[in-house]
Design a protein. Structure first.
Length: 166
């Protein structure tokens, strides 16, 4: 899939088929996250791919809005070392991964991590050092739904030179 097509057609998916995702595709998605830009090229992100059904069920259980993690075949945990721009760096990585999943014909969804009461528990569950920051959980699999969500049009969000109320 062309890059712009992946960027413009990607939508969040919350219902997945049980079909496993090939390891090569998961590695390609994480690689896209690894290559995301980072402030001052610090590269603070680490990624944990969770395919184990019991661990995904445990993650789903403690997530407020990510109950569907149990249904998807994979969840990629995006962690960052506690750097000044950890949130921006991790968000860039997660966004790259969402778009890479779309380019590979997969559905995905960003599930919150940072500032959630369960963040430290997830860091502990996956065996990461306690100072790591949970930025996002990227749920990945083959979509079992077609999104009907429409994005605002370009003319509703684009301003030239100065912000203007419409």
């Amino acid at each position: 899939m062309e890059a712009l097509q992946a960027l413009t057609s990607r939508r969040s998916v919350r219902q997945y088929k049980p079909d496993p995702v090939a390891r090569e595709k998961l590695e390609a998605i994480v690689n896209a996250g690894r290559l995301a830009p980072t402030a001052r090229n610090v590269q603070p992100c680490e990624f944990v791919v969770v395919t184990d059904a019991a661990l995904r069920a445990a993650l789903a259980e403690i997530n407020e809005y990510g109950k569907f993690i149990v249904q998807a075949p994979a969840c990629i945990i995006v962690l960052s070392k506690p750097t000044k721009y950890y949130l921006e760096d991790g968000a860039a990585a997660a966004t790259n991964m969402l778009n890479a999943a779309a380019a590979l014909g997969l559905g995905s969804c960003w599930v919150a991590g940072d500032k959630k009461p369960y963040a430290a528990r997830i860091v502990e569950m996956i065996g990461a050092p306690p100072d790591m920051r949970l930025v996002a959980q990227v749920v990945v699999g083959y979509a079992d739904e077609v999104s009907t969500i429409q994005k605002r049009s370009l003319d509703q969000v684009l301003h030239w030179e100065r912000f203007s109320l419409r």
